[in-house]
Design a protein around this ligand. Structure first.
Ligand SMILES: C[S@@+](CC[C@H](N)C(=O)[O-])C[C@H]1O[C@@H](n2cnc3c(N)ncnc32)[C@H](O)[C@@H]1O
Length: 236
């Protein structure tokens, strides 16, 4: 199955149905819980990179509805870490939804902030984080956007960076298509999810597009992870 980079997700259209988009953000937590595997990534990669004795900083690039950023706060707090998580998304609709979700969850600005911003805005500001991550963003990007986000990530990370995404497989289309049938009419989750799978990378394709210093990993049967570790030698 070839990568279908011409396919466009409905949620990426500025004039898409706002009610369907709102429900899509609202259903992201459900999808992320069952397909994204962030609890395991947190335990294996994020938690070991959090500092003791000062506030750890975490950046979520392309945070969408903000559920993974909120989980990072909850998980780190439960493990006794003090963290400040920043979720950025260039889409004002995502920023608005995530801000409302954080307020509804009672997570305050001392632990979590959402901004309508790009990774390059943060590079310009000279920001730096212990952990930088994204979920389901890489497949949205064209070649130059991907190169830009990866370069920005390196500048923004003083610990570890993890970009997690879907791994393109025919069986993923079948399983995701069946599992999300009940959501087909209520949001863009099913149709955009199927488009996402078609746009996503195989592990070897991901390995080929990552610059030197990055590692392409698989997680389970359906996930790719692009990982970069900052060291005194590689830090720009
Ligand atoms: C499929 S959603 C994923 C949202 C969230 N990370 C999640 O997993 O639930 C992709 C998000 O990436 C954002 N996005 C698209 N292009 C981006 C870019 N160049 N930089 C940062 N975010 C981007 C979109 O606005 C959208 O909110």
């Amino acid at each position: 199955m070839q990568r279908d980079i011409a396919a466009i997700e409905k949620m990426d259209k500025p004039d898409c149905d706002p009610t369907m988009l709102e429900r899509t953000y609202a259903q992201f937590p459900l999808v992320n819980r069952f397909v994204s595997g962030w609890r395991s990534v947190y335990l294996k990669l994020v938690r070991p990179a959090l500092p003791h004795g000062r506030t750890g900083t975490i950046l979520d690039i392309g945070c969408g509805g903000g559920d993974i950023a909120m989980n990072m706060v909850r998980w780190a707090r439960a493990d006794g870490y003090n963290v400040k998580v920043l979720g950025i998304d260039p889409d004002p609709r995502a920023h608005d939804f995530a801000s409302r979700a954080a307020a509804a969850a009672g997570i305050g600005p001392e632990n979590l902030e959402f901004r309508q911003a790009t990774s390059s805005d943060l590079v310009t500001e000279g920001s730096i984080f212990d952990v930088v991550f994204s979920n389901h963003v890489l497949h949205h990007l064209n070649q130059s956007q991907l190169a830009g986000i990866l370069a920005d990530t390196q500048s923004l990370t003083q610990g570890i960076a993890i970009h997690s995404d879907i791994r393109r497989r025919r069986s993923a289309l079948v399983f995701f298509g069946l599992a999300t049938l009940p959501l087909a009419r209520s949001s863009f989750i099913r149709c955009d999810g199927l488009t996402s799978i078609r746009r996503s990378f195989t592990p070897s394709e991901l390995g080929r597009v990552l610059p030197r210093g990055w590692e392409a990993h698989t997680a389970g049967a359906y996930r790719n992870l692009a990982i970069w570790r900052a060291t005194p030698r590689t830090r720009p």
